[in-house]
Design a protein around this ligand. Sequence first.
Ligand code: C5J
Length: 220
Amino acid sequence: MAEIDALPFPLVFDPETTVLMVIDMQRDFIEEGGFGASLGNDVRLLQAIVPATARLIAAARAAEIPVIHTRECHAPDLSDCPPAKRGRGSPALRIGDVGPMGRVLIAGEPGADIVPELAPAEGEIVIDKPGKGAFYATDLGDRLARLGTRTLVLAGVTTEVCVQTTMREANDRGYECLLAEDATESYFPEFKAATLEMIRAQGAIVGWTATTWQIEAALR
Ligand code: C5J
């Protein structure tokens, strides 16, 4: 067993039943010309967590902890994109429109790819998901069950949208969830701070948080 001096109290977990989930570290959210930027967001905030996320992935691989990557994206015919999602807000580019990195948030387009620094290793699971939560309309639950998963370490973007939604879905399914504080980010720093607080509140009502340094040390 391993122990992390996490917040709001120490988390004891078994690395053999732990999986690292890296949520939506895609060019469309992290690079100029993608969906995030088309909504008027400053993508440099998200770029800043790439090195910490890379370290966390390396630590998981070294500890033989499975790494699962997710990508928020849709079928080319948009059959899995509700009109309410596509029509919301006033982005410069809507989902499916052609931008500098191909069609925005469409599976197989360059923008939907994970940034090269965090590219999945051969054999790692990559889940394409049409929703914010990674369990909705995917086989993630079955895959985690097959791996015998009990604890999820989460990283990725954005903290209060796809990361938090996935963490809440996982918590409801009985997984112990630990969010890597410096390997997750929001376009809105105050939303990230509030999300970390609400996850840990009321005795870890959604789960725990810890730094990547703490997680790496626990996995050594
Ligand atoms: C958003 C995500 N923010 N991956 N997606 O639309 O958090």
